[in-house]
Design a protein around this ligand. Structure first.
Ligand code: COI
Length: 334
């Protein structure tokens, strides 16, 4: 029995070695290449594939896997928006994801982005670079004075709420599915419009669907409070970058913390030496602002998360190969 893994990085290899040692009957092959039409043939002779990438899984790549007789794909991450379900169904693939590898990793990152914006850390950093040890004009705001609008109360959104409550922030939340615990606390508002009206900070923790692409746009921003902060550690396509830039230019938006960006693959994962050299004009525009903090889709990137991503994805792939139905099979018929 063989499982082949794509996009394996050095930091994943210790957990991968541990998994291999615990499963001596499974041969594991891997490459640091992502899964593309050019690299798909590397999985020849394997029963299943484990993969992680933020770029699209193309039809061509999936067709090569199909021709190799592979039926099982297990992603090491949560989001499967870079697959076309039609391709998976037509080529008879079963897909698993890792729905809960570490909600805390992403939740902590989101709350840290808020804190860095509220306490104007990038401006202080720049002052320190210039040997400027003064206070003014970089006066901050406290969490306990903020109402934070949490959009999405799944695993990540709920940890965000817990952490924020520890800081004394007021929370309002929106989700189409109500979590009983959040409901009991009376945190839900009835509509996004209501959340936009009430929140000083808006943080996104929803998956990307066709229906919510660019949910943060000119219209939604117009409904928000003046001086709102926007945090996105979910998917770049949730935010219309043009609208965000307009909002920052006008001062309607006081700042943004962005771990993900529309078109991030044109920039993330590479070294550009300086902000001026960033080749994507919109991302360069954002990156040059002191009230915008960009991180390279790294909210997930903790030791705990990496270990769980490897272990769960390989466990799930093996379960599929052995004819089981793990709970984390993605429903591609939706
Ligand atoms: C996810 O788990 O979906 C993420 O966004 C993490 C990233 C490595 C793809």
């Amino acid at each position: 029995m063989k499982i082949f893994a794509y996009g394996i990085r050095e930091d994943e290899q210790p957990s991968l070695k541990k998994w291999e040692t615990a499963h001596p009957d499974v041969e594991v092959g891997f490459t640091d290449y992502t899964l593309t039409a050019d690299s798909a043939h590397l999985a020849e002779g394997s029963n299943g594939v484990v993969t992680l990438q933020t770029s699209p899984y193309t039809r061509d790549a999936l067709e090569v896997l199909h021709q190799l007789g592979i039926k099982y794909i297990s992603i090491r991450n949560v989001g499967f928006d870079n697959f076309k379900f039609q391709d998976l169904n037509e080529l008879d693939f079963t897909l698993t994801n890792v729905p809960v590898y570490s909600p805390n990793a992403i939740a902590e990152h989101a709350v840290i982005l808020m804190g860095r914006l509220l306490r104007r850390v990038p401006e202080f950093d720049q002052k320190m670079d210039n040997g400027d040890f003064t206070w003014s004009p970089t006066i901050g705001k406290e969490y306990r004075e903020q109402t934070v609008g949490v959009v999405g109360t799944g695993h990540i959104g709920r940890v965000v709420i817990q952490i924020l409550q520890g800081f004394g922030a007021k929370v309002v939340a929106y989700d189409v599915f109500h979590n009983p615990d959040i409901e009991k606390q009376g945190l839900y508002v009835d509509s996004l419009e209501e959340l936009y009206k009430k929140a000083d900070i808006i943080t996104l923790h929803v998956p990307l669907f066709d229906s919510n692409k660019h949910m943060i746009n000119d219209d939604s921003i117009a409904q928000m409070k003046d001086g709102v902060y926007i945090i996105n550690c979910a998917r770049g396509e949730l935010v219309d970058t043009d609208a965000l830039i307009k909002g920052l230019d006008s001062g309607k938006i006081a700042g943004a913390g962005l771990d993900v960006l529309d078109d991030e693959n044109s920039v993330f994962g590479k070294v550009w030496s300086s902000r001026e050299n960033i080749p994507n004009e919109k991302i360069r525009n954002l990156a040059k602002r002191l009230n915008v903090i960009i991180t390279p889709h790294s909210a997930f990137y903790t030791e705990t998360a990496i270990h769980n991503m490897i272990t769960t994805s390989f466990d799930s792939n093996l379960a599929l190969i052995e004819g089981e139905k793990p709970q984390n099979i993605v429903d591609t018929n939706k």
